[in-house]
Write a protein that binds this ligand. Structure first.
Ligand code: ADP
Ligand code: ZN
Ligand code: ZN
Length: 765
């Protein structure tokens, strides 16, 4: 049911027919309703309609002057009520349509992915008007900003005579202060605005003193000027080595936009990085920072979403900070989007569809709204770096490179030293922790210094195998080895070992016998964070340790609590998985070490080298950020591996150039395009048959368009959580459009129980 036109928001002639998106069934659908009373309704309004006799909340996604179904004489139900006008704006709709197109899926799935979970449900419970947030405006007792206008003084006096705070509504409607005046004072930190009417939370950010901008280094100043002068919609890559002050550039660029009345969106790849970023934003800008990520409850996310809508409605500029999904926040008059750590794979949604990359969505959004896009990283992705190269014909060259080549205060980047583990073995040292690493860890406490130690895997041991037949103990539901964990689990005993699947979270006891040969002897292999902790504790008595992995950082403040303890000097060493390489800025950390770099090096994937070098350079970037110089120690059995060589040389640019040449020769991304179709079903044979049928169905159009179809083949992990997985890999020329039918058409042809995901531009092949 395509709509014939998409008129602007309110104020035009009332449309006769509405295309309304309803959350009906698992898929949701778009239905047509009539607007008999000629109400002023536009795209983006929330309405109440009936479907099969039951009331539903729906979103108007298009309006039309004519309706084919009605002309055919079919009955079209009228809408019942308008729940909220302009719940989303037209730009947002365009954005979603573009994302849906790029990701080869429908608008419904895209909407569902973009909206906060439960948003429609919430809207149903809060009809028009009541859904509005109550804002309280209060004086900021810690403000150091200067009052620059008599009207500002009047507002300050007025608030003071009301005990320091009043509802925004009353300030505007009763006392007659303008929203723009309040907005300006809020941005300058004179006032704080909080949702609700209650008193300020005792420990709330209202107590945080505002921090002044740093005096920019020459390189920072140049980058800031380039951002300020960039034409609307321009993308810029801020390539700054670790500790070069990228965040300061983001904050000052943000301050500029906010002062000009435009909104700012800052994204980080992981929840673990949000608290630090929020703190810095709040210290700089006061409390008016909107937080949005999947670590928040549904209700909180709905509130954040509403705050964006409110701000847009009242033409107020606001600052939002969040993870991947925050790229969809409905902020109007957006001036700046920042993606910190733009190379990070967490920006990619793997499932469910749409399999979008927040960086690409941000590019679209910047293009549509005229916002500048700043992509920041110490180790930019090959793709983004490539887009900065003027290069030969056919290279985009559409992103501007802004380098920050030095750390703040000219602090040197820490030197990287290798420990050849083969030599350790030859010398009869068989421990996990090499002698050079021991020697350095030992000295930490007396020097008052700290270290971070990266262990690629959590748990106690990587896997367990049978001493007699060599069979590895596998998960009963997945084709992967179970990891040995130690310590209490539900009903388990302290110190006891048990097995766990890191894919489906299946847990089981160790078992007495090998399921294959009946032997009772097992042999554990590899070391996880738990075992490293144990070894460090026994070999270096008195060294204080904190484990930092997915098992110990659960819950909303898990990361923050552990990092705060470490920052406060409660431990000498932080032992953790990859999450410890990211973003942490702790001046006492002088040593960064990797225990088993080999586990990271040998992965059969297009981006394995790139991702591994990024991780190791990020980890190296944690050391020596304060006054004292830092050092990086890498334990490896492959000291000659190209990634290790580039790590030691610290020349990431040289790596990118080499890698790009390899990709060019192989016609791979970004010189070619890839697309992965993933199928999953209850049985291996059923899924394989479905994959083969799908391949035959799409092959003719693909081949005609110059694409190559590889497969179907079982996925690298062929079974997860009891579902068999097959995949089709498509390769095409660089600029080629992917000739695939709509995903719902493809899905319709699949047997029941078999699911399909289309992942255009997959990160892992
Ligand atoms: P990056 O994000 O590039 O790793 P950060 O933004 O975390 O770097 O900055 C590293 C450190 O340098 C931080 O402690 C920050 O406060 C400090 N810093 C940044 N810019 C300046 C500046 N212009 N003058 C002084 N200190 C600065
Ligand atoms: Zn056996
Ligand atoms: Zn499993």
């Amino acid at each position: 049911m395509p709509a014939s036109s998409t008129p602007p928001l309110l104020g035009t002639a009332a449309p006769g027919w509405l295309e309304v998106w309803l959350e009906a069934g698992r898929e949701g659908r778009i239905f047509t309703y009539a607007n008999p009373e000629a109400r002023a309704i536009g795209v983006g309004d929330l309405v109440r309609v009936r479907l099969q006799g039951r009331p539903h909340t729906g979103l108007v996604v298009a309006t039309a002057a004519v309706c084919p179904a009605a002309m055919e004489g079919r009955t079209i139900l009228p809408l019942e009520a308008v729940l909220q006008s302009a719940a989303i704006d037209p730009h947002w709709q365009e954005l979603l349509e573009a994302v849906a197109r790029q990701c080869h899926t429908g608008l419904f799935r895209t909407l569902k992915s973009a909206l906060p979970p439960g948003w429609l449900g919430q809207a149903r419970r809060a009809p028009a008007g009541q859904g509005r947030i109550l804002w309280t405006v209060r004086l900021n007792p810690d403000s150091i900003a200067v009052i620059s206008h008599p009207r500002q003084q009047e507002l300050v006096d007025h608030l003071a005579s009301h005990g320091g705070a009043r509802l925004l509504r009353d300030l505007v409607h009763e006392a007659g202060f303008g929203r723009s005046l309040i907005g300006t004072m809020e941005r300058r930190g004179l006032l704080l605005k909080e949702s609700g009417r209650g008193p300020a939370r005792a420990s709330g950010a209202g107590a945080t003193p505002l921090e002044l901008p740093q005096r920019a280094s020459p390189a920072q100043a140049e980058a800031m000027a380039a951002i300020a002068d960039a034409p609307p919609g321009q993308a810029l890559l801020l390539w700054g080595v670790t500790g070069s002050g990228k965040t300061e550039v983001y904050l000052q660029a943000a301050a500029r936009e906010l002062a000009a009345g435009r909104s700012v969106l800052i994204l980080a790849p992981e929840i673990g990085l949000i608290p630090q970023l929020l703190d810095r934003c709040r210290r700089r800008f006061g409390v008016a920072v909107i937080e949005y990520h999947s670590g928040m409850g549904d209700g909180e996310r709905v509130v954040a979403w509403r705050r964006c809508l409110e701000a847009t409605l009242h033409q107020e500029a606001c600052l939002a900070v969040g993870t991947r999904s925050a790229v969809f926040l409905p902020l109007g008059h957006l001036g700046l989007i920042v993606l910190d750590e733009e190379h990070d794979a967490s920006y990619k949604q793997e499932s469910p569809m749409p399999c979008y990359h927040a960086r690409e969505v941000a590019r679209l959004r910047a293009h549509q709204t005229g916002a500048r896009l700043v992509l920041g990283s110490a180790t930019p992705s090959l793709e983004t770096w490539w887009r900065c190269q003027p290069g030969p014909q056919g290279w985009p060259g559409d992103t501007r490179l802004l380098p920050l080549p030095e750390r703040i205060g000219q602090r040197p980047l820490p030197p990287v030293r290798l420990v050849d583990m083969r030599q350790e073995l030859v010398d009869g040292h068989r421990r996990l922790i090499s002698r050079p690493l021991m020697a350095r860890l030992e000295k930490l406490p007396e020097r008052g210094e700290q270290a971070v130690v990266l262990v690629p895997r959590r748990g106690y041991r990587s896997f367990l195998s049978c001493r007699s037949c060599g069979e590895v103990v596998l998960c009963p539901h997945c084709d992967v080895a179970l990891t040995v964990h130690r310590g209490p689990r539900a009903g388990g005993q302290e110190g006891r070992e048990w097995l766990r699947c890191h894919w489906c979270d299946h847990r089981q006891e160790m078992g007495d016998r090998c399921g294959h040969c009946g032997s009772t002897a097992f042999k554990p292999f590899g070391a996880g964070t738990q075992r490293v902790m144990e070894q460090l504790a026994t070999e270096l008595e008195g060294l204080r340790l904190i484990r930092f992995d997915r098992d110990t950082t659960r819950g909303r403040d898990g990361h923050r609590r552990l990092l705060e303890r470490f920052a406060a000097g409660e431990a000498d060493v932080l032992v953790g998985t990859q999450m410890l390489a990211k973003g942490m800025d702790l001046p006492a950390v002088t040593l960064a070490a990797v225990l088993a770099a080999d586990g990271l090096l040998h992965r059969p994937d297009l981006r394995a080298s790139e991702q591994c070098l990024q991780l190791l350079l990020q980890l190296a970037g944690r050391a020596g950020r304060g006054e004292r110089p830092g050092e990086v120690l890498v334990q490896t059995y492959s000291p000659d591996h190209p990634v290790i060589r580039h790590l030691v040389d610290g020349r990431y640019g040289a790596f990118l150039a080499e890698e790009l040449e390899l990709r060019r020769q192989g016609g791979m991304v970004p010189f070619g395009r890839a697309c992965l179709l993933r199928l999953a079903g209850p049985t291996a044979s059923g899924t394989a048959t479905a994959a083969a049928a799908l391949a035959e169905r799409i092959r003719p159009a693909l081949e005609e368009a110059g694409w190559v179809l590889i497969g179907p083949a079982p996925a690298p992990v062929a079974r997860v959580a009891g579902r068999s997985r097959w995949q089709l890999l498509l390769h095409g020329p660089g600029t080629a459009v992917l000739p695939l039918p709509h995903d719902s058409d493809l899905r319709r042809a699949l047997p029941p129980g078999v699911s399909l995901t289309i992942d255009p531009d997959p990160l892992e092949l």
